[in-house]
Design a protein around this ligand. Structure first.
Ligand code: NIG
Ligand code: FE
Length: 411
């Protein structure tokens, strides 16, 4: 099966193979082709060019994209999309004056979601999760990282990761799995944190490795959750199973977690709403991608990650949703891109780079995803008729997507 998309008003993020991320001032450039075509065979991009060179190219199906923009699908490198139930009561509690921390300290928050998930059977958890996955594919997301961390028992963590595996097998969207056992301290370990760390290290990690249920390991490195020492222990143990770190860090406090993550060769450090100069210094010269989650800042009314400062310091930046029931009940990357422009002062070019090629890098898949490149997966968004790509973040809150192709399949 081949598809030829013709008369594309502007084809975005057109790159040669071998570019795995864009950094600092490079992020200002978004390479594009005007009046272009794109040729897809099966699940792969095989050719592109300007319309004058399209003569003689044929395919099983042709899509006329006159007036439309085509870009790679979003690469959402940080989600907790597999969860049970919702937490809308906590949302109302926050409106009425409680803080996110207040709710967590009275046993709500992550522990609330963990209890619901433990009491939800695997098929129900799968059905609730795929409804979200189907929705985000319609919204233009073609690759996603999914974390565990709402199980907090060996059985429930494995249940979450089996659901992630099932999504990976049954949906065309690219899925990468991350083990986040160290997301919160379960009630039964309230006075025995080391006991829970031991459970993660001696029971959860070996089981997950045995069944090959995760590529990455994550820790919520934060005051009141897991300290630098706790994080160090888990990352050392995870290294024995070749799990690469992607760390929740600097959401509420900056206390050296970024340097620790970099020391452990983290692929990404995520959140960074609180960031100091030592953090920037630690990231310089590393291969670790900083990841901003502006929908989380929006929903919790906490500071936005200083993305402008990160890019102006010569660092790369990725954007992701953080889709989860507590801090970001939204998986809409279009909103993330708009919010990054509006609130973090990224240019549209920077935001699109951050949400495609750099997002792919932050989940280790940028050799195959994140740009319009010959040989990469045919994951593309075809917009409605819009005046320019600036219109995508500008006209926020509206759906500018006409069609989405993932692995060359219409969604
Ligand atoms: O990334 N910060 C830690 N974890 C999630 C939120 C967890 C929750 O509230 O359920 C996050 O924001
Ligand atoms: Fe998160």
């Amino acid at each position: 099966m081949s598809i030829l998309i013709t008369n594309i008003k502007e084809l975005l993020q057109v790159r040669e193979a071998g570019i795995l991320k864009v950094t600092g001032s490079e992020m200002k450039d978004l390479p594009t082709l005007e009046n272009a075509y794109l040729l897809i065979e099966h699940d792969t991009i095989v050719d592109y060019g300007t319309m004058e060179n399209c003569i003689g190219i044929t395919a099983d199906e042709t899509i006329d994209a006159t007036g439309k923009i085509v870009l790679p699908t979003w690469c959402d490198s940080h989600t907790h999309i597999v969860y049970a139930g919702n937490r809308e009561q906590e949302f109302v509690d926050r409106i009425n004056g409680l803080s996110y921390e207040d709710i967590a300290s009275r046993g709500g928050g992550i522990l609330n979601s963990a209890e619901t998930l433990q009491n939800t059977d695997e098929d129900t958890l799968y059905r609730q999760s795929i409804a979200r996955v189907e929705n985000i594919m319609q919204l233009g997301t073609g690759a996603i990282e999914i974390k565990s961390g709402y199980g907090l028992t060996t059985e429930a963590e494995l249940k979450m990761l089996r659901v992630v595996k099932r999504i990976k097998e049954e949906y065309p969207i690219k899925v990468k799995a991350t083990f986040l056992g160290a997301h919160a301290l379960p009630k039964q370990f309230k006075d025995d944190k080391q006991g829970y760390l031991d459970l993660i290290i001696t029971e959860m990690l070996p089981e997950i490795a045995k069944h090959q249920l995760a590529h990455y390991v994550d820790v919520f490195c934060e005051k009141g959750y897991f300290s630098l020492e706790d994080t160090d222990q888990i990352l050392l143990a995870a290294k024995q199973y070749n799990l690469i770190p992607k760390i929740h860090v600097n959401q509420f406090n900056a206390f050296g977690g970024i340097a620790l993550a970099v020391k452990h060769g983290a692929l990404s450090v995520d959140h960074l709403e609180e960031l100091d100069l030592e953090d920037i210094t630690a990231l310089k010269g590393s291969n670790t991608m900083p990841v901003a989650l502006p929908s989380c800042s929006y929903f919790l009314s906490i500071p936005y990650t200083p993305g402008r400062q990160i890019i102006d310091s010569g660092l790369p930046l990725a954007l992701a949703t953080d889709y989860n029931p507590g801090s970001t009940p939204s998986g809409n990357m279009n909103f993330v891109v708009s919010t990054a422009c509006i609130k973090m002062k990224l240019t549209p070019e920077e935001a699109i780079n951050a949400a495609t090629i750099n997002g792919a890098y932050a989940m280790g898949i940028s050799t195959e995803y994140g740009s319009i490149t010959k040989g990469k997966k045919a994951n593309v968004i075809i917009t409605k008729n819009i005046p320019s790509y600036n219109y995508l973040p500008y006209a926020f809150g509206d759906n500018h997507i006409d069609q989405v192709l993932i692995n060359g399949e219409r969604i």
